[in-house]
Write a protein that binds this ligand. Structure first.
Ligand SMILES: [Zn+2]
Length: 873
């Protein structure tokens, strides 16, 4: 059974009560980037909800509250460092309006982050940026910090004159006086306070336009070309989503700002998305890479998340599932369905990994410790797949219609999963409660399907047997799965809809003639683990000619598992001829699985002949499967040595070269590790390659690679490579590595800290538990705490298992010694007398275990007595 998501003792979390309705937030702030401090006033205009309200409670963490006034008159307040309680002069009636002003100052450790150059990173620019989601706005301004409260907002911010400040909405004024600059931003559309944002830096703006909406990209001065290159397709995305979602982009402006050391990839602050500057594309990276998925994701949140918001974080998939699915919608529009379908595979991989490796949970849940805990692959990737399935169940037109209705109905409001189900029902007439129940609210896990396809020539009958093999237990149900069977006759596809509800179904389909293809669930729309058996000629025909690339790739995988000359020929043909690069890549990976010399030679040829860099990347990956193969090693060595037009091909070749463990691997990987590249990808893969090559002499280089002052991603990869090299070892070198990585738990870079947690999980030494516990106690980032707890628990369990194993070994030793003693006695008895005596000897022996067991206990305490036992060990 899969592990539970919630730690024992976790209580349900519900959206908080609202005593007042906050209507407007006005924040007036002075930011000191050097002293890393803020002073300011937040003014809240509220309407009282609860009758006879005598006090109002706000979230305000680690802020110093100086004064509180209501309606201009100072009032009493109390503040315990987390909650600010404002006492009203007298009871306020429901419906009455109050203006609460709180003057405060602070040096935030969360919510607002200060970036500055230092000796190790002299090229960093001074920046200050906020990150409110999920509950961190309270660290930089007093607020009602929950998504179920929405207000309009404005931010007046004073910064050093040479800097600029971006916030939500439109810029009302921008005045410089002396060495101070004051900017005033305002958003007249209500939003939740986790979406209130600020970014301060030496930014320049690149301006674009969509319809009459200004579209602006901000980045550090001097990086305009990269900013433009990375975000160029934003207006096209605005157009697409406005059409698909049925609601035009609902705000007066859309800005995106790149910041340094951001602790997420992006954040969908209303009208002003924050993005990590690590993704800024240089020309070479743009050759075969884009960050459209990220850009589309954050943009889609402007509808799903900002305009319509999850009522509490337990319903967070209504934000993240849609934003994730929007990546598919964009890709489908921009590159076609085949490219979009690649996302499906990736999401499934992430979700399956989390499901089998960490825990299984319902997508919507109230049982979590901290909101950030549920921002996982269930929420994003499975959420996206659920929406893709919804689309298959109700059809394209119905989906777009339902989404428009859902957005209009809940515009500016908050939602839970039932609201989506109801909106879909209202728009389509279809009651989909069963769908949302099994996939989102009540059901966890996924179907594990075994499918068998046969053809009865006499009856002209195709028979498709489908069995649900998942263990129905806990929250894992028997699923209801509407899908299709696709048969190829002549040149056309014929789709037959089927619905699976039982544990086993046998579908019979009469066809004119034997189909050349027979595909269960074309397009792999159902989120299921799938095991399909069918005659080899069908697989071969599907690899050669299935309509959808994802089905051709599935056939490539199936053929690689079967092996044999026909499979190899089919894969080789696909590698050479398929029209879509990812199918050529899948064929390459399939050929690698066969491990034949001829397959290897085809791959070596393709490594230089393939023109699409993304396919080339997969070919390089495939060659890594040929461990100790000199020819594969030499081909990869050549790519690493000479380089490739694509960063990513070069990087992949480095990793694969390490995997082959061939002659020049160590030398060339050290060379690759000196190369600068986009997101440090070549160095990352060179480090991983050194670990794969089991190159212990690289430990020093890798320790150096983790040093503060180097590029974040390379540091992370170095930490992981170190962990891989010493995994399971307990020698002095391993201890040194573990201690080095424990130090990284306290690194100033969140991403390196999180890599350190993963690295300690890989090393598997329970000696790391105290360091993890210390990190959990002091760390403010919920992601580190959650993962730290999981890893500490697993190391403890591992240690426990180790302890149990040791005890079992001890007991086995005891048993052996008893057996030896018995044998000796029996032999003696047999030598002395007859069979009866031997039997009585056996009987007597049953009294023996008690004293030996006691002895065993003594031994555990280190007082070992029995000499005889030693011998038997
Ligand atoms: Zn998101």
């Amino acid at each position: 059974m899969n592990r539970e998501f919630a730690f024992p003792g976790t209580r349900a979390r519900w959206a908080p009560d609202r005593v007042v309705d906050i209507q407007h937030i006005a924040l007036d702030l002075t930011v000191d980037p050097v002293k890393r401090g803020i002073t300011g006033t937040v003014t809240l205009r509220v309407a009282v909800i609860a009758p006879d309200t005598r006090s109002v409670e706000l979230d305000a963490v680690e802020l110093t509250i100086e004064r509180v006034a209501v309606g201009g008159a100072a009032v009493e307040f109390s503040h315990d460092g987390r909650k600010l309680r404002v006492e009203l002069a007298g009871p306020a009636a429901a419906g009455s309006e109050l203006v609460i002003a709180v003057a405060y100052r602070g040096a935030p450790r969360r919510g607002l982050y200060f970036v500055a150059p230092d000796d190790a990173y002299p090229h960093k620019r001074q920046q200050v940026w906020s990150q409110g989601q999920d509950e961190d706005s309270r660290y930089w301004f007093p607020c009602f910090d929950a998504p179920n409260e929405k207000a309009t907002s404005e931010l007046t911010v004073t910064v050093p004159a040479q800097l600029f400040a971006v916030s939500n909405g439109t810029l009302v004024s921008d005045r410089t006086s002396g060495d101070q600059r004051t900017l005033h931003w305002r958003l007249d559309v209500p939003h939740s306070c986790y979406l209130v944002m600020l970014a301060v830096g030496d930014f320049t703006a690149v301006e674009a336009r969509w319809r009459d909406v200004p579209v602006v990209y901000y980045g550090d001065r001097g990086r305009e070309a990269a900013v433009e290159r990375t975000l160029a397709r934003t207006p096209e995305m605005l157009e697409l989503f406005s059409k698909r979602f049925g609601v035009p982009y609902p705000y007066p402006r859309y800005a995106q700002v790149f910041v340094t050391d951001f602790i997420f990839g992006g954040m969908e602050n209303t009208t002003a998305t924050t993005l990590t500057d690590t993704v800024l594309l240089d020309e070479r990276a743009a050759l075969d890479h884009d960050v459209d998925a990220l850009v589309a994701h954050e943009l889609a949140h402007q509808w799903f998340g900002d305009l319509v918001t999850c009522r509490d974080w337990g319903e967070g998939w209504l934000n993240e599932g849609f934003a994730t699915y929007a990546e598919y919608i964009w890709r489908e529009h921009h590159e076609g369905r085949d490219a979009a379908d690649l996302e499906l595979d990736e999401w499934a991989e992430h979700y399956f990994g989390e499901d089998s490796g960490r825990y299984r949970r319902t997508i919507a849940t109230k049982y979590y410790e901290e909101p950030i805990d549920i921002f996982d692959h269930h929420l994003y990737d499975k959420g996206g797949r659920v929406l893709h399935m919804l689309r298959q169940v109700i059809g394209d037109a119905a989906l777009w219609g339902a989404l428009a209705h859902y957005l209009e109905k809940h515009r500016l409001g908050v939602v839970e999963s039932r609201d989506l189900a109801r909106a879909v029902e209202e728009a389509t007439g279809k009651n989909l409660d069963w769908f949302f129940s099994q996939w989102v609210l009540d059901g966890a896990g996924h179907p594990e399907l075994e499918v068998e396809v046969r053809w009865d020539a006499a009856e002209r009958l195709a028979t498709v047997t489908v069995e649900q093999h998942q263990k129905v237990e806990g929250k894992t149900p028997l699923f209801r799965i509407p899908t299709r069977l696709r048969f190829r006759a002549d040149d056309g596809d014929r789709d037959v809809p089927v619905e699976i509800v039982e544990a086993k179904h046998v579908f019979h389909v009469r066809l004119e003639r034997e189909p050349s293809q027979a595909i269960f669930d074309p397009g792999r729309t159902v989120l299921a683990a799938l095991k399909v058996s069918k005659p080899e000629p069908l697989w071969i025909a599907e690899l050669a000619g299935a309509t959808l690339a994802i089905d051709r790739a599935t056939a490539a995988r199936a053929l690689s598992r079967r092996g044999g000359p026909a499979a190899e020929r089919a894969l080789a043909d696909a590698l050479e001829r398929d029209r879509f690069w990812a199918v050529r890549g899948a064929a390459a990976l399939g050929l690698a699985t066969l491990r034949t010399e001829s397959a290897r030679d085809r791959l070596i040829k393709a490594l230089t002949g393939e023109v699409h860099p993304r396919a080339r990347r997969m070919i390089a990956r495939a060659l890594g499967d040929f461990v100790y193969d000199a020819a594969a090693g030499a081909a990869l060595a050549q790519v690493v040595e000479r380089g490739d037009a694509s960063y990513f091909v070069e990087a992949e070749a480095a990793l694969s070269l390490g995997k082959t463990r061939t002659q020049r691997a160590g030398e060339l990987l050290r060379l690759a590790a000196t190369r600068e590249s986009y997101t440090d990808v070549i160095r990352q893969m060179a480090y991983r390659g050194l670990a794969e090559a089991r190159d212990d002499s690289a430990l020093g280089l890798l320790v150096e690679g983790t040093r503060w002052g180097r590029v974040t991603q390379g540091r992370r990869a170095a930490a992981m490579a170190l962990a891989t090299l010493v995994r399971g070892r307990r020698d002095r070198e391993a201890r040194d590595v573990r201690e080095r990585i424990e130090l990284l738990l306290g690194d100033r870079d969140f991403r390196v800290q999180s890599a350190a947690v993963e690295a300690l999980a890989v090393i598997g030494d329970p000696a790391a538990i105290p360091a993890l516990r210390r990190m959990i106690d002091r760390e403010l980032d919920g992601r580190l705490r959650r993962r730290g707890k999981e890893v500490a628990r697993d190391l403890e369990t591992g240690a426990q298992a180790g302890e149990d194993l040791r005890r079992m070994r001890d007991e086995l030793g005891e048993l052996r010694s008893v057996a030896t003693a018995l044998r000796e006695r029996i032999e003696k008895l047999e030598a002395n007398g007859n069979g009866h005596a031997a039997a009585s000897g056996k009987t007597r022996s049953r009294d023996k275990p008690t004293p030996t067991k006691d002895k065993g206990k003594d031994k555990e305490k280190g007082k070992g007595k029995g000499k005889g036992k030693k011998k038997t060990r």
